[in-house]
Design a protein around this ligand. Sequence first.
Ligand code: DON
Length: 562
Amino acid sequence: MTRRAFLSLIAALLLSSLTLQAGSAPIRARTGMVVSQSDIASQVGFQVIKSGGNAIDAAVATAFALAVTHPTAGNIGGGGFLVYREGTGAATSYDFREKAPAGATPEMWLKDGKYDFDLHHNSHRSVGVPGTVAGLHMAWKEKGTKPWKDLVQPAVVLARDGFEVSHGLARSLSGMLDEFKRYPASLAQFSRNGQPYQAGELLKQPDLARTLQRIADQGPAGFYEGETADLLEKEMKANGGLITRADLKAYQARKRDVVRGTYRGHEIIGMAPPSSGGIGVITMLNILEGYDLKANGYGSVKNLHLITESMRRAFADRAQYIGDPDFVTNIPVDRLISKEYGETLRKTISPTKASKSSPTTFTWPTESQETTHLSVVDAQRNAVSLTYTLEYGYGSRIVVPGAGFLLNNEMGDFNAGPGLTNEQGLVGTPPNLAQVGKRMLSSMSPTIVTKDGKLLMVTGSPGGRTIINTVLMTILNVIDFGMNAQEAVDAGRMHHQWLPDRLSVERFGFSADSLNALRAMGHTVSEAGGQGVAEVIVLNQKDDMLEGGMDRRAPDGGAAGK
Ligand code: DON
């Protein structure tokens, strides 16, 4: 496709599809919808549906486009999870989480016996073997209908011919300039000769375009073998990184059974380990099912307290039990998501007093807020919930020279080292220690909700550990409070993760009276900026209409549909 043809296609789409309306009205569409953190990428995905592709085809095209237009988190050098439910009811998931390369050990973050944060989070060793290309390809191969090449090609064109830098992206790139200066290929790709891009300028990524073209032409071999693999290995070797061509060639995505729970007559379909998201959301819903949240009233102090206490408990279990199931074979998934266990946990909650998180148990290392989620539904009501990430914003900030893509720093999601749990935020519990070929524990929570055997909702968000709680709250907003998709996304959010024992609430999300009442119950409450960037689709079952909720906490997002 020529650049001109592509741009006119996008212009036509912008006119023909619906974009954000004022207030909290959702965007409505009947034939299909894509909601993501980049309007350009959503348009690319919707075009695939319009031309007869299904939700998987559209998700693949959107994900590749995001790798170009949303470089903070859209990626080919990272990993993630895709939950898929067919309109007819079958559900499955694809795990393309990064893996630890050969040479990884539980002690690899220690230098002279001491934990080294930068080695863990900001080095070539923090890069896990990327999974995105393998995962998207596996999902497409099993469920896609359009030619693979057609799904990657829009991303090739966007990278090769460039796209207009938005105010949001200009600001983000400029903020990252000093980081990029550590790596010449990163600086070259994301600045104009060392000067920040201004909004309105074209960002072209020619090396990335060539890599994407190899992926378009050769499938995963265009990434995991040949020139791309050589360039990645060279960058690793020159900088003390571990990943080799052998690690890349050996990478396999995994198809996994979804985890399933129920909530007030709805079915909840979530991601299994190595994500803690599905288990976390279902555990909390099981606890909350025992309360009449609706009667208590939206935003009531009673509800805020009960939701916080549910979060506290689910997060304690997360650290205790969950890791890569290919290595940790004793994760008690069935117990954690059972109604009986939810009831047991509920009995430990006082209706009037905050519990105390025990300082002898776990807390978690700092995590950034950069990941991205996309939700897709097609005409047959097949649905995709896909969350993927580079971990930090722009991952390791390392662009592979000559290959033009950013590498993740996902190895930072492994625990710090055996026995290193402390109150300052390190975790040393066994299930999530680094090992060769192991996947690091994740909070990403792509989720699908059904009612009476029919699709109801597709939801997910970035935000590190806050993801699980953001997803929980979007579900409560729709099921308990009857919000539409946009209202469910707009509503205030909060987060508790057991330790530190602190309830973080979005500024302007809750009244001062509510926060003071929570403090009086013993909660330590702090206010924070936006939590997550949820991208939600709700199917209004009565008139079979799709409603998109796009999160305006972040710039540049878009819901495309018609
Ligand atoms: O997999 C995880 O849980 C994290 N690496 C996700 C990081 C993240 O969400 C950062 N931000 N939005």
